[in-house]
Design a protein around this ligand. Structure first.
Ligand SMILES: [Zn+2]
Length: 68
């Protein structure tokens, strides 16, 4: 498990690729600096391919979604 020497905000949001509603996502920081997984939108229930990049300099996680 990768350890960070500082706290990174592990809650971020992405806009659904289908309905553009914001989805909250909790980032598992132990999964690495770039993560990709499929998650259903909580509003429209369509699947999104969610990409998460950990921005080490900004100490935050950035997420975006693609049409699955
Ligand atoms: Zn949606």
């Amino acid at each position: 498990m990768e350890k960070f020497e500082f706290a990174i905000e592990d809650l971020t949001t992405y806009s659904c690729a289908h309905c553009f509603e914001e989805n909250d996502v909790v980032v598992d920081l132990s999964e690495g600096l770039h993560q990709e997984f499929v998650e259903d939108c909580w509003v429209c229930c369509h699947p999104n391919v969610v990409h998460i990049d950990i921005d080490v300099d900004a100490k935050r996680a950035v997420a975006y979604a693609e049409n699955a």
